[in-house]
Ligand binder design. Structure first.
Ligand code: HEM
Length: 135
């Protein structure tokens, strides 16, 4: 897949997974929380009804950011800056990425090794951007 095809394939993959599982983001936070004992306590006061919507938008922004969308970059920058106070490490972003890939693989009926590579391309761009602006 070319870079453009990779990025656009993640939009369809996300759409398929969300159609398949209406509680996709519940499953995502479940997987993410299991990946480290320090993570759940960071979300002790989180309203998950709102957070599940915000994280969906966050992932969509990462896809648009990878496409070079300037508005998405600005919005992602604001979100990255919000993350400064959490003092996140590369390892924590990696756990986030792995948890997301795990629930995508489970819920996207057309998930494949190629699809995973495409997701990694998109997510690494977003994560590098977060690391630049949130640390
Ligand atoms: C690059 C991947 C990530 C994206 C796209 C992302 C996205 C978001 C978004 C959109 C919000 C809501 C911001 C708002 O209130 O406007 C948020 C909040 C938050 N994120 Fe992330 N996040 C990422 C990685 C992480 C990681 C790795 C951690 C922790 C290990 C984390 C911890 C949090 C916490 C604690 C909140 C606040 C929840 C609250 O308001 O109670 N995030 N994130």
């Amino acid at each position: 897949m070319s870079f453009t095809e990779e990025v656009s394939s993640t939009k369809f993959s996300l759409m398929r997974a969300l159609l398949e599982n209406h509680d996709f983001f519940h499953e995502f936070y479940d997987a993410f929380f299991k990946s480290s004992p320090t993570i759940p306590e960071m979300f002790a006061n989180t309203d998950f009804r709102k957070q599940k919507e915000l994280i969906r938008q966050g992932i969509e922004l990462m896809i648009l950011f990878a496409e070079g969308n300037v508005v998405a970059r600005e919005r992602l920058l604001q979100i990255a800056v919000i993350h400064k106070r959490f003092r996140l490490t590369r390892e924590m972003y990696d756990l986030w990425r792995v948890a997301l890939l795990q629930v995508l693989a489970k819920n996207d009926p057309e998930f494949s090794a190629e699809q995973q590579t495409a997701w990694n391309t998109v997510l690494s761009q977003g994560i590098e951007f977060f690391l630049e602006h949130s640390t």
